[in-house]
Design a binder for this molecule. Structure first.
Ligand code: C2O
Ligand code: CU
Length: 468
């Protein structure tokens, strides 16, 4: 049975059958708190109107990024995702230690949401922090067209360390001269190299927006790199910057001497003190030719205060610490492939293929000699035990390795132990680098481990593990 959005919002008391797992959810009981999020085509003013026409995008509720979703730590978030596109979709709640059935991975945790269909996501958001949601079906196309947004989990008790809290979602678009999304999806050139890099970087969906602050204002800036593939070094020169959190998890409030490096999918919460006197500043990303402004920042008006108080950090995340590394369950992941790589062939569809036939099937990378086949997990981890995965990047490319459902610590890099590792859900690996990540495998289910350069994961850099 299909309901119109209006009927749903009016709380018609109807029962909607959900194809996935044959679950039937009575929305009449849920509709007071469930929010509808519709993936659909829309038009957006990415570039200024004197430069280009509006861009045809795909967005949640018709905007790119989609609406900022806010939840409280420890509470439930209920979102009915409606698919108004003409291809299947799904939503992944990136970084949340989520109930596996709500993780949004078609073929692993749910069936894709067919056009005209809907899926009722209902999950607890255990940890405060900056997260995001994005399409996890044909994500290399759907994300690039705009299907993502910020998901903010607020501290259970209000954190009073900043005057304002601002989300800055940074994206990278490949646009034509007239402002249309370049229809060059699936190009092997992108897939075997650094992924689909764009030519227009936006902040909250706009090219070079202006953001206004006040003198001596202290702001929590929640940066999200929502790009398909671009690694960004984001800076605020002229304002004192401290690092509050990475990938949603509190850090030690260290002062940032320069820009913060965010691989695709990574987040950083910065505590930024704007200067006492009015002046123009810029939010920048580093390029080969030096820093380039991606947002104009003005500091003007009445000062907020005469002097800044001592900064305060965020409450530490209450995640279990993987201390028993000695007797952890271990797995190894060898990454191969890509242009100029050493891979000569890999398993795909149950048979060995040389590099050329692999490329013809759209596979150019492999994990442990397998190019993206998902029938067997990388590992099965015992629930509650520490898991250590040693990841070797044997490719000449950087990769943003992401684990679903768990935050991990990078406990060694190229053989050197890391003494005070921070919690992460995504780590940027350099060419020929080896890391060991550790986490407590306490979340039962089937979880993806993949490169978050979305063209890479689509062409072989994806596997999963099971916690049971
Ligand atoms: Cu942002 Cu598989 O995830
Ligand atoms: Cu990659």
């Amino acid at each position: 049975m299909k309901l119109s959005r209006r009927a749903f919002l009016a709380g018609a008391g109807a029962v909607i059958s959900q194809k996935a797992f044959g679950r039937v959810i009575d929305l009449s009981k849920e509709n007071e708190t469930a929010r509808v999020l519709t993936a659909r085509r829309a038009s957006a003013s990415i570039l200024p109107s004197d430069l280009a026409s509006p861009t045809a995008i795909w967005g949640f509720d018709g905007t790119a990024p989609g609406p900022v979703l806010r939840a409280k730590a420890g509470e439930r978030l209920k979102v009915v995702v409606e698919n108004g596109l003409d291809q299947p979709t799904s939503v992944h709640w990136h970084g949340i230690r989520i109930d596996n059935a709500m993780d949004g991975v078609p073929g692993l945790t749910q069936e894709a949401i067919e056009p005209g269909g809907r899926f009722f996501y209902d999950f607890r958001t255990p940890d405060p922090g900056t997260y995001w949601y994005h399409s996890h079906d044909r994500s290399w196309e759907q994300n690039a067209r705009g299907l993502h947004g910020a998901l903010i989990v607020e501290e259970a008790e209000r954190w009073k360390g900043a005057d304002r809290d601002i989300v800055l979602l940074v994206d990278d678009w490949r646009l034509t001269k007239t402002g249309a999304i370049e229809d060059s999806f699936g190009q092997m050139m992108d897939w075997s190299h650094g992924g689909r890099l764009g030519n227009v970087v936006t902040v909250n969906g706009r090219y070079k927006p202006r953001i206004a602050f006040r003198p001596n204002e202290r702001v929590r800036l929640r940066l999200i790199n929502a790009a398909n593939a671009r690694i960004m070094d984001i800076g605020f020169r002229g304002a004192a910057t401290r690092l509050l959190a990475l990938d949603g998890m509190a850090t030690s409030l260290a002062e940032m001497p320069g820009p913060v490096r965010l691989a695709p999918a990574q987040r950083a919460d910065l505590l930024v003190d704007f200067p006492a006197s009015p002046k123009p500043l810029a939010m920048t990303i580093e390029t080969r030719d030096g820093p380039v402004a991606i947002a104009e920042i003005s500091v003007s008006g009445e000062p907020v205060r005469a002097e800044f108080p001592e900064p305060i950090g965020l409450p530490a995340a209450g995640l279990p610490v993987s201390s028993d590394l000695q007797d952890a369950r271990r797995a190894e992941l060898r990454m191969e492939g890509g242009a100029m790589g050493r891979m000569t062939g890999a398993m795909h569809d149950g048979r060995m293929m040389d590099i050329r036939s692999l490329a013809q099937t759209g596979r150019v990378w492999a994990f442990n000699g397998v190019a993206g086949d998902m029938n067997e997990p990388l590992a099965r981890f015992e629930r509650g035990r520490t898991a250590v995965v040693k990841i070797r990047n044997e490719t000449p490319w950087p990769h943003a390795m992401h684990v679903h459902g768990h935050h991990f610590r990078v406990v060694s890099r190229d053989g050197g132990a890391i003494l005070d590792p921070v919690l992460r859900d995504t780590d940027l690996m350099m060419p020929d680098e080896t890391i060991e990540i550790a986490f407590v495998a306490d979340n039962p289910g089937k979880w993806l481990l993949h490169c978050h350069m979305l063209e890479h994961s689509a062409s072989g850099m994806m596997t999963w593990f099971e916690v049971a």
